[in-house]
Design a protein around this ligand. Structure first.
Ligand code: NOJ
Length: 551
């Protein structure tokens, strides 16, 4: 790893989906005390930082992405005092901590939204959100044709009481997540104050939710293609709510706030942009530090697609002096052993998966192990989504009545949504929830499937063939090896080769065999690690990867 560079340029950041990580108080919901209890595990795993999904007071209409109070902790998770203790404890374990911030929308239970409902149309309170009169003779039609990401119209009409034609408010997600109006000065001031509130308590940065979506075209024009929620059919920056240039002004201000604090505080953007060169703009000088590389996550297990994404990403980022991030899974997408165990899909299906034929999990897991070696060999930082280190697959048989993701209901029960990536973690063979909760606890908030204990951390610990031990070995080697982390890569394989072969200096190579047959390892001094045992004749099997020392 490089010396002297800010930590986030090549950190391994572990995503803690707090509801499903570890439940210390026995209510069936993960909590801050549960995270504190697992800090030794996380430090031992070899990660550098934790990103924690929203932990604020929330009615949980969208698993905490509907925030009612940004300065208070959801009671089921603990208190601000607990969060402060976690920050101190994490730092003592050598782990940095990054909460989520949700600036595009609040909960409908936020004090501002309640005040907006109580206030008159045209009032300052209403103007912190996006309220409009409806179309049609009695305003009964939504103000435009925008759609919610969870299904249905992006507008809900309120009840104004008798005599008033009721207004509508915008929600690009669930109706219980009204969009804020970032043209209103109160909004910018409030979020800067919230950043300071948590920076003052020692957090090391923030993950910014829907970072591409804060600024809307004030005219709120109809979409020319109502299904285009990502801006693909518009010229750059031309979509009425995706990736508009004005968002960068917001982040320039946020950067100034972060820079007031000592110790390399950082931001990572959840920014969905139509093209990678647009993403690079978010991480230009004086703006955000990093952004999730979703193109890599969305790439199929295909050598040409992976190589192209790696080259395009690193190329654009190099131009602005930013470091890359590499991500394979998170709480919004199908877990990658299940993705890689199916034939490649079109890009969107990675997220809104139509779960049909069961995946080949043996194949998917073999590929996921190889994918880890490739990912961890790339220059920059990387994210590990909780349970990825246990080799968890997507849970595809959650009973419909147990589903919690608003997508399920909003899509008219057609899109099952993201619960399958959010099932509480299996820690051990103990109790009824595989060690997620203490004995005698309430049932976990999402049911765990039959046989979940076979993925338990305690079962894998010390087993050299386990996914958990592979992660530990990879992350520790990555931390120690001078060629890994920040820096450049050079391809040895040619474009179009089915075996990806890259070099990092000094003296390191990664080979990933995405062809259908075993291949000879290239010349090397030492095999540091392989994702699967080599064939008897020493060749690298299909869907396997190796780390080598080379001259
Ligand atoms: C992205 C988050 O990752 C997702 O879980 C959430 O539903 C939406 N943003 C809305 O906040």
């Amino acid at each position: 790893m490089s010396d002297g560079a800010p930590w986030w340029r090549d950190a391994v950041i572990y995503q803690v989906y707090i509801r499903s990580f570890a439940d210390a108080d026995g209510d069936g919901i993960g909590d801050i005390a549960g995270i504190r209890g697992k800090l030794p595990y996380l430090a031992d795993l070899g990660v550098d930082a934790l990103w924690i999904n929203p932990w604020y007071v929330s009615p949980q209409a969208d698993a905490g992405y509907d925030v009612a109070d940004y300065r208070a902790i959801e009671p089921a998770y603990g208190s601000v005092a607990d969060a402060e203790k976690l920050i101190v404890d994490a730092h003592e374990h050598g782990l940095r901590l990054i909460p989520d911030i949700v600036p595009n929308h609040t909960s409908d239970q936020h004090a501002w939204f309640r005040a907006a409902l109580a206030a008159e149309p045209g009032s300052r309170e209403r103007d912190r959100y996006v309220f409009r009169d409806g179309r049609g003779p009695d305003g009964a039609e939504p103000p435009n044709n925008w759609r919610s990401h969870f299904g249905g119209p992006a507008w809900t009409r309120i009840d104004e009481g008798p005599g008033q034609p009721a207004q509508w408010y915008l929600h690009l997600f669930d109706p219980r997540q009204p969009d804020l109006n970032w043209a209103h000065p109160d909004v910018a001031a409030e979020f800067e104050a919230v950043l300071r509130f948590w920076f003052d308590r020692g957090v090391d940065g923030f993950r910014i939710d829907v970072a591409h979506g804060l600024v809307k075209d004030p005219d709120l024009p109809d979409l020319t293609d109502a299904s285009d929620q990502l801006g693909r059919t518009y010229p750059p920056g031309g979509h009425p709510y995706v990736d508009r240039d004005g968002v960068l002004d917001i982040y320039a201000s946020w950067r100034r706030v972060a820079d007031e604090y000592p110790g390399d505080r950082m931001f990572v953007a959840e920014a969905w942009t139509p093209a990678p060169e647009r993403l690079a703009r978010y991480v230009g000088p004086g703006l955000l530090h990093t952004a999730f590389n979703f193109d890599y996550l969305l790439a199929p297990w295909d050598p040409a697609a992976l190589r192209e994404t790696i080259d395009v990403t690193t190329g654009h980022l190099r131009e602005v002096g930013a470091s890359a991030t590499w991500v394979l899974s998170n709480h919004d997408v199908v877990r990658h052993p299940s993705r890689y165990g199916r034939p490649p899909r079109v890009r969107e299906d990675t997220v809104t998966y139509a779960l049909d034929d069961p995946p080949d999990l043996a194949l998917g897991t073999r590929r996921a192990r190889a994918a880890l070696l490739l990912e961890a060999a790339l220059p920059g930082g990387m994210y590990v989504y909780q349970g990825e280190e246990l080799g968890l697959p997507e849970v595809e048989d959650i009973p419909d009545e147990a589903r919690q993701d608003p997508t399920w209901q909003r899509s008219g029960y057609t899109v099952r949504g993201r619960d399958g990536a959010r099932v509480p973690l299996p820690w051990s063979d103990d109790g009824t929830s595989t060690g997620f909760s203490p004995a005698g606890a309430a049932a976990p908030w999402l049911p765990q499937p039959e046989g979940w204990a076979r993925y338990a951390a305690a079962r894998q610990q010390g087993d050299p063939g386990s996914v958990l031990e592979l992660y530990r070995t990879v992350l520790h080697l990555r931390r120690e090896h001078p060629a890994l982390g920040e820096g450049d890569l050079a391809w040895v394989s040619a474009p179009g080769d089915e075996v990806l072969h890259l070099r990092r200096e000094p003296g390191f190579a990664c080979v990933a065999n995405l062809s259908g047959a075993p291949v000879e390892l290239p010349a090397h001094d030492e095999v540091l690690l392989t994702s699967a045992p080599l064939e008897e004749d020493g060749r690298l099997g299909s869907d396997a990867a190796a780390w080598l020392t080379v001259r």
